[in-house]
Ligand binder design. Structure first.
Ligand code: PPS
Length: 305
């Protein structure tokens, strides 16, 4: 992987013995060890994912479900200010953990995280507490989205050509490690935590957002009308989110962290864009690996074929 930005992920072992590649090793390890000790609240709502799986999309949907589909209210405040990012990298402004610890008691805490399950707060690892929603995306599109994000995000290593990036992705060397391990662990735990954990697939959201929003509302124990579901689906449609500066991270482009000349945070929002990036042999090789790694999975992904 190219390192002209002088940043490379490094395997670090956290205080609970879990090892994962992280950026900014020392600070990141300190922060992640603090996250392990974080106290949960019974009404916490956590949106978790491997990076680029559709986190922002789910965050906006979940927030609206919990706030009576009030899209006007959602437009008043940046998504980053409505959620605390538990494991926010030190390279970004603000400290997510401190913000969450200072969150007013009377307000639901909305929490974003990309942490592997093993690096969630001990409390939530040990017992079902609050509500946790995990969003997963087929690995080929996830990889492509992560690739373009590496290209334009100056806090991430330069990815080099796609072939090299794909290699790092399949080997689990990118920041936060293996897509397979990340997804599988959350999936396994979710199978025994029906009331506190919910698994959403990006592709299902794309194919039938209203239906998926209804199921999510049900999980979050919110009774929404059809009209409210429609408001949420429209507000969160890709083109609307792309144009909405409360959720499209244009603030980070303006501050110079993202380079809009290279790519956008709201890039394509499609299922199957991997076909424009993978060669036939890369795709076949990946399929082989995917078959081996997911042999005993009960989870299936839609690759847009
Ligand atoms: S991050 O940085 O990890 O929080 O990124 P994340 O939000 O998980 O993923 C970004 C990708 O999700 C796409 N996206 C959407 N797709 C469909 N509909 C909506 N509303 C939507 N909002 C965001 C976004 O475009 C990124 O995917 P790609 O494939 O790069 O376009």
């Amino acid at each position: 992987m190219g390192d002209s930005r002088n940043i490379v992920p490094r395997e670090e072992t956290m205080s609970n013995g879990f090892t994962v590649p992280v950026l900014g090793a020392e600070k990141s390890r300190k922060n992640r060890n603090e996250v392990l000790k974080m106290r949960l609240r019974p009404d916490d709502v956590i949106v978790a994912s491997y990076p680029k799986a559709g986190t922002t999309w789910l965050q906006e949907i979940v927030w609206l479900i919990c706030n009576d589909a009030d899209a006007t209210l959602a437009k008043k405040k940046m998504l980053e200010d409505r959620y605390g990012w538990m494991d926010k990298p030190a390279s970004l402004p603000g400290n997510g953990l401190e913000e969450l610890n200072a969150w007013p008691r009377e307000q639901t805490r909305f929490i974003k995280t990309h942490a592997p399950f093993q690096l969630l707060p001990n409390e939530v690892q040990n017992e079902a507490i609050g509500k946790l929603i995990y969003v997963a995306r087929n690995p080929k599109d996830n990889c492509v989205s992560f690739y373009h994000f590496h290209r334009m995000n100056k806090t991430l290593p330069e990815p080099g050509p796609f072939s090299e990036f794909l290699e790092q992705f399949t080997q689990g060397n990118l920041v936060l490690g293996s897509w397979f391990d990340h997804v599988n662990k959350y999936w396994q735990v979710s199978q025994s935590r029906e009331r506190s954990m919910y698994f959403v697939l990006y592709e299902n959201m794309k194919n039938n957002s209203k239906e998926e929003i209804k199921k999510l509302a049900n999980f979050l124990e919110k009774d929404l009308s059809d009209a409210q579901i429609t408001i949420i689906a429209n507000h969160c449609a890709f083109d609307n989110m792309k144009d909405n500066d409360r959720v499209n991270y244009s603030r980070l482009t303006a501050s110079g962290l993202f380079d809009a000349n290279i790519s956008h945070f709201m890039r394509k929002g499609k299922v199957g864009d991997w076909k424009n990036h993978f060669t036939v042999s890369q795709s076949e090789e990946f399929d082989d690996l995917y078959r081996k790694k997911t042999e005993d999975w009960t989870l299936e992904f839609d690759f847009g074929l």
